[in-house]
Design a protein around this ligand. Sequence first.
Ligand SMILES: Nc1ncnc2c1ncn2[C@@H]1O[C@H](COP(=O)(O)OP(=O)(O)O)[C@@H](O)[C@H]1O
Ligand SMILES: [Mg+2]
Length: 375
Amino acid sequence: MSENAITTAGEARGAAGEALRPHVEVAFAQELSALAAADDRPRPERWRLSPWAVATYLLGGTLGDGTVITPKYVGPRRIVEVAVTTLATDRALLLLGVPGTAKTWVSEHLAAAVSGDSTLLVQGTAGTPEEALRYGWNYAQLLANGPSRDALVPSPVMRAMAQGMTARVEELTRMPADVQDALITILSEKTLPVPELGQEVQAVRGFNLIATANDRDRGVNDLSSALRRRFNTVVLPLPATPEDEVDIVARRVAQIGRPLQLPPVPEGTDEIRRVVTVFRELRAGVTADGRTKLKSPTGTLSTAEAISVVTNGLALATHFGDGVLRAGDLAAGVLGAVIRDPATDRVVWQEYLETVVRERDGWQDFYRACREVGA
Ligand SMILES: Nc1ncnc2c1ncn2[C@@H]1O[C@H](COP(=O)(O)OP(=O)(O)O)[C@@H](O)[C@H]1O
Ligand SMILES: [Mg+2]
């Protein structure tokens, strides 16, 4: 089978709704088209929706005809309004925050709502070359015919510029600083010179860029001040209240579980609340009632990790239990998230388990399950 055949078969399955993780513009196509139909406010050039409708798509709401738009981002409304407004200006958007605060998630939904396409994406790593932001060459063509427009392989950013779309750069600060700087001309002059051809690609209206970066990460590079000035920075906070965090986890577990054919977790179940409580208390270094000081483990214990602990627990319960999520299905996952550094985190966890979890009303099953896997 040729590589092409593999791609085509995969594409056909993806299009048939079998993709393991459909792009958000596909997964939420109905909401997006309902919003577009109901939206009579002015849209910036080449935007699929007005800024108001983009914010509604992210925050959720009910349209005039009764269509329910589910909230994608749970957090301060103002954050979303500032982010959306930035995209309508000539400044790019930088989403900053600790890991697991939905930077990638928000970026994907913004691109889907504004441009109808979240796939014009460059992933930043220590090895990202400048070509990933600018353009590369098809070497067979280049050698055969020399540099030409046909031999040029545009980056996702270049395509977004030419088409007036939203480009995304993930983990900007993981790229080496000199590679990041390739964005300066793009963002300030809105053009990408191609000196080999004596040409340039000018951004057309509608183009903008969303970058994400972690502000607590080992081995990251700084963002140069020249580049930082080109961005409007929006900091995404950790969920403000336990209720918000439980809501986020429950929603995402349900969404992730559907294509994996996992059963829904009954509303109001204690298990999600317990995972969230453990994570929040250890993160904050104090129990929820404020009475007991705790040591914090080295891991981030983010909302994203809580989501994966609950999803894994649900899969365990489904495949090896009776389908009901119980403490025993979550204990191993919680331990795995908390104990990142075996030397120090184990001590922190033991202390928390014995002084807090053990004494807590209604947590005996969870205590026992944690002792069992920790032994
Ligand atoms: N405030 C929030 N609202 C909605 N979802 C959230 C929130 N915080 C975290 N999440 C969820 O956490 C998961 C991970 O987020 P992600 O975007 O990968 O984090 P980051 O890029 O900041 O590390 C996503 O599934 C997202 O839905
Ligand atoms: Mg991310």
